[in-house]
Every structure is written in structure tokens, then in C-alpha cells.
Ligand binder design. Structure first.
Ligand code: C2E
Ligand code: MG
Ligand code: MG
Length: 723
């Protein structure tokens, strides 16, 4: 840190003084060269000898030289000429050149030597001591000169650095305040003036307490000085007061500038105003954590809060719930009315639902039309169900958007801590799974997540895939259960029942896979497959036996309400050649009640084709018998649940009696399902039931097992006609 404040630091590198002097001897006499080398060599001195002026110049191109000892009389360039060439180079302008001469020295010659830059003359034969002394003196002078030059260069660079530092100081966007060792302000920069509102003149001579905001106590400042003294610096967030009285936060660095003895001579404070940044930070926070459309917390914020709440719930041993709420049919609204209307609707939803949650709850928008509710401090899981239910019912109240009124429906998936997960990630994932299930099991529902539920969901997805495969690849087959006439004990019909033998899971009950097919949109294909195969089978039986056999096929709600179902039936009858009277369609009682007018029409169309229609599972759908008059049906099938407690349950027996009597009065035939015992058979015979279906006679069997039964006469008790 203190380095940034060392205003005298160099801007470039200045090399130190060389450790070794280099003396270049130039003499054409080899003996002389050896003598000179021997005389002049010293521990920190290198002596290099060459034989000509040209060689000397060559050598000097590459090497550093401290002094040249130059013979005047040389072959080629003589000593003066060589000296001239040396001096001609800028870097050698101050290089000591000493001439060696044996010739008689005239004044003119000496003058010529000095004029080309000689420092001195030495005569041959040499005075060894004099030579040594002169070389040493000139080398010493040369060193001093060099040292001086280096020092000057250093100073020049330091001044440059200072000048740059001053520019930085003045123009730094950070406020700078320099005090003396007693803490009196001696210098401030422009940014200081701008941030604090005090001019340089007002600040100089004052103490930094000029800026105290009053937000920090004595202990704070004490701690600050303590740190500064111990470590030489302090940094942190501090609240100061501007000249106009406004308090603002700043990030402050204080550095103690110490002298060579390590004693603080100055303090430099550098600070940046935070207040603008706070707003920026706030804006960044806003965009990172809030949904711009509704202003609600977004997924990230919800996740962060959930993590916080989880820690709290864990500490206080409380429950916590996360509910994901998905608007049904929002996509359709968005597509038909356009995105601006969709956006406005989402805003209205956010406004309404947010007003319904408690202060401590978080209501967030995850994405699209999915909202989320985080409920901490729960007493039990019922709380969240009630709250979610309340929000869903709030959505059903009309919402007015752009002059239109909307009644929305939604589904919700809920995960609860700690039962459904202990981490935010798990609870998110599981609320999502529960939501999927809620959507799947029908609009406007609430689903809780449980481990079992999650597994079921996964299995369900896999099962859908497998079922799809099975339908495509003839992986299904049909079983047929005989229906026996109570009048003569003959087999008069069979009910076709779909069977699925799963390659891994074995046999899967139709109740289960029919539901899967319905949810996965596969029921149409499955139903058609059953219809085609059952009719084909009916034709085969017809071809091989003289007595006609009726084949009953179960119809799903989806098929019945499809609109074109009668066309499908007509096509299959035509393609297989089965007489319409040999086909019976079983429709459950609950299906009749769904869209009555449409159903009446569909049944009439089917009736017109000549097929038989029966009401399956009769008694479970709360329809009244008289209501049945409106439908073009032939038969009712009393549900197994009424039969199974015969003869113990007198209520059930009374109901069966009443149903049969009323059905007959409406000219409807009656079949009893699930007959397992002789006692039940007895009772049904006496109650004048027309037909029987149940394990007592036969379970559902393979098609080829039906043929022998056709010839058989089942033993049925004689009817005792009362009265
Ligand atoms: P469902 O139409 O009421 O069929 C009668 C069910 O009762 C059959 O069960 C049959 O095996 C069973 N059952 C027959 N006699 C007895 C008995 O004496 N005791 C007992 N406990 N049960 C008996 P399954 O085959 O499991 O079929 C269940 C349901 O699955 C059927 O009820 C029907 O609603 C549906 N289903 C079966 N096949 C199809 C189909 O091809 N299409 C449609 N849409 N639904 C089908
Ligand atoms: Mg049935
Ligand atoms: Mg049934």
C-alpha cells in the first residue's frame, strides 16, 4: 500500500556504477603492451591491449571503457587520429585519453594532442610509478564524474515521477488528504474538495475531525489509530460529513509515511465516496433479485431467502413450506390476447396475491406464469394447504385487465421442510415435482410432495413411455370375461378387458395403465386398438359357432367426448364385419354426468348404429334411475361393490332389489358384476337380475378359452317367482 504513495519512486531504471574499471592500451609494440598490462592491472581493474587505432575503435564499439592509453606513433591511424575518432562519438566525449610518446615533444605537438582531447601525456621510457598514479587519478575522476551523472539522472527521473504523481494526485477520482505527523492537514486534492465541499484553503491547517459525521464513537476512532500505528495502515468504511452537513459513506485507506528511522512523518488518506455507488449497488441488487415485470422477488431472491429461513427453521425446530403456483391456461390467454395483455394480467395477479400473504412470507415470481410462496414458521402442513387454497380461490375472483374480466385457475405443488427435503435445492425440486403432479391430475389442484409421490411421478413418466411403446408394438392383449344369462345359464356375452404385461414390472392392472393412458393422451389410440381387436375376435367366434356372442368393450371418457367416436365405431364395425348388435359399449355412470347434452347426442348416434349401450359401475356415480330415461341405453351393470357384501349387507341387497325393479320398469336389462359366491348368485336370481359376470363362473380368460365355454350350460338356480 505504501508503495503507491512513494512519490519519489523512479519512472525508469538507472544502472548502478560499474564495479570494474576498464583500461584500453593501444600500442603497436608487443613488449610495450605486455609491460603496460603488467604494470596497470589491479583487483578492480581490467586491462585490455590492442595493437592499432583501428583495433581500438573496433573494440570500443562493443565494450565499455574507462580510460584509453594511446601510443602516438601507430601504423595506420596514428594516436591523434584515433583520439579524434573516439572523441567524435558522443558517449566518449568525456573519456580520459592519455598519450604515450617517445618522441621529442614540441609545444605544437602537445597542443595538437590536447586539441584532439588528450587529458595528459606520458613519455617513454615510462616512469612506472607516475604512470600508475596518473591512471589511478584519471580513473578516480572518471568514476566521480560518472557517479555525478548517475545522480543527476536519478534526480531528473525523480522529478519526473513527482511531476506525474502530482498530476495523479490532482486528477485522481479518489479524494486524497495528506497530514503531517500531528495529523494537521497539509495537502488535499481536487477530488477531496469535490467530495467534502471544503476548498484546499479551508482544509489546510485543520484536523481530519473536520469531516466527522458523529456516526462513529470514540472507540471507533481509537481502534482506527491503533491499527494505523501498529500496522502502518487502516482501511474500511466510514461515514463522514460534507461541508453542507450531508452525511455520506466512504471507503477510506490511510497510510502512515515513515522516515528512515521508521517514525511516521505524514499520513495519507485516500477515500472514495460510496453514496453514488450505494444507489448503483441498490439498482444492481434490484435487477439481480427482483422480477422487473411484477416487482416481486425473483427465483434467486426466493432461493437465497429459503436458505436463510432453512437455517432458522432448523435452529428453532420449525416447519417451513414452499408452494409453486402455476396459472392454468395462461399460455392460451397470452397467445390469444397478446403479450401486453398477458403481462398486465401477471401484474394484476402479483398485486392481488401479494396483498394476501403475511409480512414474513415471501411471494415471488419464478418465471412465466409460475409464482411461489415461501411460508416460514409453520405449525403444520395444513397451514400451507389452507394458505395456498386461499390464494387459488383469490384467483377465481374476477380480475379486471384492460377492460376484460378474468377468472383464473391455478395448480399448486408443495414441498415441506424437513419432510420433503432439507436443502433449498431439494425443496425447489420437490415443489416443482408436486406442481407437475398437480397439473397432471387435473387443473386447480394442490399436491403435496412426498418421497413416495416423487417416485410415483418418475415411474409414471417411464410408464407413459413404455405404454406408448406397447400400443405401437402390439404389447397389449385382451382378456374376455363371460357374462351368463340367468334365464338359461348360457354364455351370452363377454367383456373385453385390456391386459398389459410389462417386460420388467410384469402384469399391470388396467385401472392403473388406463389412467396413465388418459393423462398421456394415449387413450384414444389404446381404445381404438381394443375396439378393433375385440370386434375382430367377435367376428372369429361368430364364424365358428352358431350362437351369437356379444362382445362388450369399455369406453373411456376421452373417447366418448371426442366428438367423432361414433365414426370410429362405425368404421371398425364395417372393417371387421361384426354385426352392430353383437357389440356392446360400456360407459361408466360418472361419464354420463359430465356433459349431459353432448353425451345424450353421442349415445343417440351410437344407438343409431345399432350397438348396445350399458352403464358400467352403476351405483357409484350418484345418478338417479329416472335420469337414465334421457339416455339411449339398454343395460345397467350393478357395481361389484354392491354385490360383494351380499348376503351380509341387507342395505346393499335392498339397493340391488330396487335398482333391478326400477331398471326393468324402464325396460333396461341388468347385469351384476363381481359375483363370486353361490349365495350372491342365489340372491341375484331371486332379485330377477338378467345376467351375471364374476369369478363364480369365470375370471377374464384368453380368447381361445372362451370357445369351450360357449358350448357349456352354467348351472343357475331356479327362479322362485314370488306371489
Ligand atoms: P370394469 O369395466 O368394471 O371391469 C370389471 C373389472 O372387474 C375387471 O377388472 C374384472 O377383472 C373385475 N372382476 C370381474 N369379476 C370379478 C369378481 O368376481 N371379483 C372381483 N373382485 N373382480 C372381478 P380389470 O380387468 O382389472 O379392469 C378394471 C377396470 O379397468 C375395468 O373395470 C374398466 O373400467 C377398466 N378397463 C379394462 N379394460 C379396459 C379397456 O379396454 N378400456 C377402458 N376404457 N377401460 C378398461
Ligand atoms: Mg366394464
Ligand atoms: Mg364395472
Amino acid at each position: 500500500m505504501s508503495n503507491t504513495l512513494t512519490l519519489t519512486s523512479s519512472t525508469s531504471y538507472t544502472p548502478p556504477l560499474p564495479a570494474q574499471d576498464v583500461v584500453l592500451v593501444v600500442d603497436d609494440d608487443p613488449d610495450m603492451r605486455i609491460i603496460l598490462e603488467t604494470i596497470l592491472v589491479e583487483p578492480n581493474r581490467r586491462v585490455v591491449a590492442v595493437d592499432s587505432g583501428e583495433s581500438a575503435l573496433d573494440w570500443m564499439i562493443q565494450n565499455r571503457v574507462s580510460l584509453v592509453l594511446l601510443d602516438v606513433q601507430l601504423p595506420g591511424l596514428n594516436g591523434y587520429e584515433t583520439a579524434q575518432h573516439i572523441r567524435a562519438q558522443e558517449r566518449f566525449s568525456d573519456l580520459p585519453i592519455l598519450f604515450l610518446t617517445a618522441t621529442y615533444r614540441t609545444e605544437a605537438l602537445v597542443a595538437q594532442g590536447f586539441s584532439v582531447g588528450a587529458f595528459d601525456y606520458l613519455s617513454k621510457p615510462l616512469d612506472t610509478q607516475l604512470l600508475r598514479n596518473k591512471v589511478s587519478i584519471f580513473l578516480c575522476l572518471q568514476r566521480q564524474r560518472l557517479a555525478l551523472e548517475l545522480e543527476l539522472e536519478r534526480r531528473r527521473q525523480a522529478e519526473e515521477a513527482l511531476r506525474l504523481s502530482a498530476i495523479v494526485f490532482e486528477h485522481s477520482p479518489e479524494g486524497v488528504m495528506i497530514t503531517d505527523k500531528k495529523g494537521t492537514i497539509i495537502s488535499v486534492n481536487r477530488a477531496f474538495e469535490k467530495v467534502t465541499g471544503y476548498t484546499e484553503a479551508e482544509a489546510i491547517g485543520q484536523k481530519p475531525s473536520l469531516l466527522h459525521s458523529g456516526r462513529h464513537d470514540q472507540a471507533f476512532y481509537h481502534q482506527l489509530w491503533q491499527t494505523l500505528e501498529n500496522t502502518g495502515q487502516w482501511h474500511g468504511e466510514i461515514w463522514n460529513r460534507r461541508k453542507d452537513g450531508e452525511i455520506y459513506p466512504e471507503w477510506l485507506n490511510i497510510v502512515a509515511v515513515r522516515n528512515e528511522q521508521g517514525i511516521a512523518s505524514n499520513y495519507v488518506g485516500i477515500f472514495s465516496d460510496f453514496s453514488g455507488r450505494d444507489q448503483l449497488r441498490e439498482r444492481l441488487h434490484q435487477s439481480a433479485y427482483f422480477d422487473p415485470l411484477t416487482g416481486l422477488p425473483n427465483r434467486q431472491m426466493l432461493f437465497d431467502r429459503l436458505q436463510l429461513m432453512l437455517a432458522q427453521a432448523q435452529r428453532d425446530s420449525e416447519q417451513l413450506a414452499l408452494a409453486f403456483i402455476d396459472l392454468d391456461n395462461f399460455k392460451r390467454i397470452n397467445d390469444t390476447l397478446g403479450h401486453p395483455a398477458g403481462d398486465a394480467l401477471l401484474q394484476a395477479v402479483a398485486l392481488r396475491l401479494r396483498s394476501q400473504v403475511r409480512e414474513i412470507d415471501t411471494f415471488a415470481r419464478l418465471d412465466g406464469d409460475v409464482f411461489a410462496l415461501l411460508l416460514p414458521a409453520l405449525n403444520d402442513g395444513e397451514d400451507v394447504a389452507r394458505m395456498t387454497q386461499h390464494l387459488l380461490s383469490e384467483l377465481k375472483r374476477p380480475l379486471s385487465v384492460k377492460g376484460r374480466s378474468f377468472h383464473l385457475q391455478a395448480s399448486a405443488g408443495i414441498s415441506v421442510y424437513p419432510n420433503d427435503g432439507e436443502t433449498a435445492t431439494d425443496l425447489f425440486k420437490h415443489a416443482d415435482t408436486a406442481l407437475h403432479l398437480a397439473k397432471e391430475t387435473g387443473a386447480n389442484g394442490i399436491q403435496f410432495y412426498t418421497q413416495a409421490m416423487s417416485v410415483r411421478f418418475q415411474e409414471r413418466l417411464e410408464l407413459e413411455d413404455d405404454l406408448h411403446q406397447a400400443i405401437e408394438t402390439e404389447g397389449l392383449n385382451l382378456a374376455y370375461q363371460p357374462q351368463v344369462s340367468l334365464t338359461d345359464g348360457r354364455l351370452i356375452g363377454v367383456e373385453a378387458l385390456a391386459r398389459w404385461h410389462h417386460p420388467q414390472h410384469g402384469s399391470i392392472p388396467p385401472d392403473r395403465f388406463i389412467a396413465v393412458a388418459e393423462d398421456a393422451g394415449l387413450i384414444g389410440a389404446l381404445g381404438e386398438w381394443v375396439l378393433e381387436n375385440a370386434c375382430q375376435q367377435g367376428v372369429d367366434w361368430l364364424a365358428n359357432h352358431d350362437r351369437p356372442l356379444r362382445v362388450a368393450v369399455n369406453v373411456s371418457a376421452h373417447q366418448l367426448h371426442d366428438g367423432g367416436f361414433h365414426h370410429t365405431v362405425a368404421r371398425v364395425l364395417k372393417e371387421t364385419g361384426l354385426p352392430a348388435s353383437c357389440l356392446e359399449l360400456e360407459i361408466t355412470e360418472s361419464m354420463l354426468m359430465e356433459t349431459v347434452d353432448e353425451t345424450i347426442l353421442t349415445l343417440e348416434r351410437l344407438h343409431a348404429l345399432g350397438v348396445q349401450l350399458s352403464i358400467d359401475d352403476f351405483g357409484t356415480g350418484y345418478s338417479s334411475l329416472s335420469y337414465l330415461k334421457r339416455f339411449a341405453i339398454h343395460k345397467i351393470k350393478i357395481d361389484r361393490s354392491f354385490v360383494c357384501d351380499v348376503p351380509e349387507d341387507s342395505n346393499d341387497m335392498a339397493i340391488i332389489n330396487a335398482v333391478i325393479a326400477m331398471a326393468h320398469s324402464l325396460n333396461l336389462q341388468v347385469v351384476a358384476e363381481g359375483v363370486e359366491t353361490e349365495a350372491q348368485l342365489d340372491f341375484l336370481q331371486q332379485a330377477l337380475c338378467d345376467e351375471i359376470q364374476g369369478y363364480l363362473f369365470s375370471p377374464p380368460v384368453r380368447a381361445d378359452e372362451i370357445a369351450p365355454l360357449l358350448e357349456q350350460e352354467f348351472v343357475v338356480p331356479k327362479r322362485i317367482i314370488k306371489g
